[in-house]
Design a protein around this ligand. Structure first.
Ligand SMILES: Cc1cc2nc3c(=O)[nH]c(=O)nc-3n(C[C@H](O)[C@H](O)[C@H](O)COP(=O)(O)OP(=O)(O)OC[C@H]3O[C@@H](n4cnc5c(N)ncnc54)[C@H](O)[C@@H]3O)c2cc1C
Length: 430
């Protein structure tokens, strides 16, 4: 890896920052976790601000162009509401668990607005104010409106990468014991071919379709960087494509993200151009759009009151304060061992509880964690990181935040009984 850090620093003049708003609950990041947190908190009657750096809500599922919802089967709550609304709009695919990403933006934004959430897009959280006794007071943002401060009672880090926790100097981990991270992927929307023309590439026996696509490209001289390139149908002639792996992409290094995005986009273009020339059925295949952001599977895992471990998954541990049940396998994308596909590293997962304590930051008070940045180890994260868990984790964080804000207490003081009484529903299938 090329080291680009400059040795020279400049001292910026001290400045005064306008307080643009004061809210009960402030959520950084509008992915599946942040959106569900915002709606859940707002429904409990508190004022909610949702800050998102991209131009839409949905995170990896929309800006990242990967809306295949894994581990949704045993979930209720907001995730089910969202999927049911998409189903009514006929925007749920019969293949995989895919929903239309554009429809997902629409439904998430509509539901958040209907509930009274104040949404601010194009706004990045760049700093925060923490008091001497380690309580979060405000977040600082940068946007077209300049630098602004937002004060609140309770804050939620739903940035996926754990930006806010890191800005607050919380301890965190990322990657495995050797700081190796899962691979990233730049996903894409493709269109211009009917589903019945590509049964060999979208078989329900999923691995076969992936292997066929890989072999087809390899034989044509374009070896994909991802060994299991996948086509996810979202309509009769539109698909999401996940066919590249970018290795060693650092979630706290814009140059690393830039370089990998440029490389991945070139690879995607080559893949589609090659297919177009390969067989007549691909002649009209188009690369509709590449995702607005490179999909990082892994960022920071912020130190929480309870950090989930692989042992919790192997044992299927029941927790005293569950927010949802995760059933997904350990799913590590990466080339640590030269494997360009994915692996469970030999771990077998039994359905396990995600506890509320894993959503409460340990090193600063007034901060909840939602989505893939909750407390856990490398292998546990590789399981709970999917959308079907991020959404209910977000919903639980929103409920807890609202309860804390209403009582002017920190989230760790909210009792589990209060959480359940306010609508927390860890086992909707029962
Ligand atoms: C390539 C790839 C493929 C995947 N495939 C699947 C799959 O098939 N099925 C599945 O269920 N899951 C899949 N996942 C995992 C899943 O998409 C994510 O883990 C899930 O989206 C996590 O939700 P989240 O809300 O925690 O984070 P994210 O979806 O990452 O959302 C975080 C949001 O915060 C915003 N943000 C970040 N930093 C800041 C900041 N400083 N200020 C303001 N806003 C900020 C981001 O723009 C984003 O909108 C995949 C992930 C990747 C990367």
């Amino acid at each position: 890896m090329e080291v680009r850090s400059a040795k020279i620093h400049i001292i910026e003049p001290q400045r005064t920052t306008v307080v643009a708003g004061d809210f009960d609950v402030i959520i950084s990041g509008g992915g599946p976790a942040g959106v569900c947190a915002a709606i859940a908190a707002s429904r409990l009657g508190v004022s909610v601000l949702l800050l998102e750096v991209c131009g839409c809500l949905g995170g990896v599922a929309t800006s990242g162009m990967m809306s295949n919802i894994i581990d949704a089967q045993n979930k209720g709550g907001l995730l089910k509401e969202i999927i049911d609304e998409l189903d009514e709009l006929k925007m749920v695919s019969e293949h995989y668990n895919c929903v239309d990403p554009e429809a997902l933006k629409f439904v998430m934004e509509k539901k958040a607005l209907e509930t009274g959430v104040c949404i601010r897009l194009y706004t990045r959280v760049v700093d925060c104010i923490v008091s001497a006794d380690r309580k979060m007071q405000a977040v600082i943002t940068e946007s077209a409106s300049g630098r602004e401060a937002w004060t609140g009672k309770v804050f939620i880090d739903a940035t996926g990468n754990g930006d806010l926790g890191a800005l607050a100097n919380c301890r965190y981990e990322s990657g495995n014991s050797e700081q190796q991270l899962q691979a990233a992927s730049l996903c894409a929307l493709i269109y211009g071919i009917e589903k019945n023309q590509i049964p060999d590439l979208i078989q329900q026996e999923r691995a076969a379709g992936k292997k066929n696509l890989y072999t087809m490209l390899e034989n044509a001289g374009i070896t994909p960087s991802y060994a299991m390139p996948t086509i996810f149908p979202i309509s009769s002639n539109g698909y999401l494509l996940m066919s590249n792996h970018q290795y060693h992409v650092l979630p706290d290094d814009a140059q690393s993200m830039t370089d990998s995005t440029l490389e991945a986009r070139t690879e995607l273009w080559q893949q589609i151009s090659t297919l177009r020339k390969l067989e007549p059925r691909f002649t009209d295949l188009h690369l509709g759009t590449t995702a607005a952001i490179i999909g990082l599977r892994e960022g920071r895992r912020i130190n929480a009151l309870y950090n989930l471990s692989i042992d919790d998954l192997i044992e299927g541990r029941i927790q005293p304060d569950p927010v949802c049940k995760s059933s997904f396998s350990v799913d590590i994308h990466g080339a640590f061992d030269g494997n360009k596909g994915y692996t469970s590293s030999g771990f077998k997962v039994k359905p396990y509880d995600i506890p509320l304590r894993s959503l409460i930051a340990k090193d600063v008070s007034g901060l909840l964690l939602a989505g893939r940045c909750i407390g856990g180890d490398f292998y546990a994260h590789a399981s709970y990181r999917v959308i079907g868990n991020a959404a209910p984790i977000g919903e639980a964080a929103g409920i807890c935040a609202a309860l804390a804000a209403k009582q002017n207490i920190t989230p760790d003081k909210v009792t589990y009984e209060e959480f359940l009484n306010a609508g927390g529903n860890p086992h909707p299938e029962k």
